[in-house]
Ligand binder design. Structure first.
Ligand code: NAD
Length: 261
């Protein structure tokens, strides 16, 4: 399968980690389906950047993954357009930092819908074709918060633990069919999602944004360095290689030592 044509769908790939993974796949010559909830006109610059130097096809799919039907339909549209789907990266995710009693139920519902439910719906749409072809890669971007908890992140932590559980279960279901299913569990990666969190945490902890970075954000990460999005992209690329065929059902930490403690 090494030289075969591959199509990858990366959800939430107009920013941060998803954009880095989409960029890596483009550089590897994959056909890449890029997604976010934004209208295509708003992501024209990102798409231009991704298409520069592409040898495969790079197409944009607007879909709000808070909607289960839209998540499933996204996969079906990509398969109809490209003919098949070999790699699915469930990356879209959102965050809200608040004590549980102050977390609006609508925020809980949206976090669970975008980060966990959507992965169920996309995997449902993609897995049969992969299993029939005898080759596939599903990569779910979970988090160190899929393995550890932090206060004020109830919906996010619950969701990411759910993503790890979903990953293990689906991996067992297709283990004999050439499809691997893994979760990547990053520590703090410097992306717009974290920049927003710094602002939110500053309000919750009543301190400056610099103090939040030093004393809250990077406190659990022993390297005291943010992980870079490109490091996640390289790990995703490795998981897509044939050398990674025996890695399945794993929750792979890339967290500067956070979960070693
Ligand atoms: P980001 O905010 O930079 O990017 C999120 C992407 O998801 C964007 O492209 C956005 O358009 C898209 N998106 C958001 N809501 C969507 C929706 N309803 N439908 C479709 N697309 C939607 O975030 P990031 O930091 O790159 O995070 C990406 C993933 O990595 C998330 O699942 C996040 O939980 C996880 N993660 C991030 C970190 C970190 O420190 N940044 C650490 C661990 C895990």
């Amino acid at each position: 399968m090494s030289d075969a044509k591959r199509t990858a769908l990366v959800t939430g790939s107009t920013s941060g980690i998803g954009l880095a993974i989409a960029g890596k796949f483009v550089a590897m010559g994959y056909d890449v389906a890029v997604n976010s909830f934004e209208p295509e006109a708003d992501v024209a610059g990102v798409m231009q950047q991704l298409r520069a130097g592409a040898t495969g096809r790079v197409a944009y799919y607007q879909a709000d993954l808070a909607d289960g039907e839209a998540s499933h339909a996204l996969v079906k549209r990509v398969i109809a357009d490209f003919g098949s789907l070999e790699v699915l990266v469930n990356n879209a995710g959102i965050q809200k930092v608040a004590p549980i009693e102050a977390l609006p139920p609508s925020d809980w519902d949206r976090i669970v819908a975008v980060s966990l439910d959507s992965a169920f719906h996309t995997i449902r749409g993609a897995i049969e074709g992969m299993a029939q072809a005898g080759w596939g890669r599903i990569i779910n971007i979970a988090s160190a918060h899929g393995l550890r908890a932090s206060p004020y992140k109830s919906a996010y932590v619950a969701t990411k633990h759910g993503v790890v559980g979903l990953t293990k279960t689906v991996a067992l279901e297709v283990a004999e069919r050439g499809v691997t299913v893994n979760a990547i569990c990053p520590g703090y990666v410097w992306t717009p999602l974290v920049a927003q969190q710094v602002k939110d945490q500053a309000a919750v902890h009543n301190c400056s944004e610099d103090e939040v970075i030093r004393q809250v954000i990077l406190a659990p990460q022993p390297t005291r360095q943010f992980v870079q999005p490109e490091e996640i992209a390289e790990l995703a690329a490795y998981l897509c290689s044939d050398w990674a065929r025996s890695i399945t059902g794993s929750a792979i930490s890339i967290d500067g030592g956070w979960t070693a403690k």
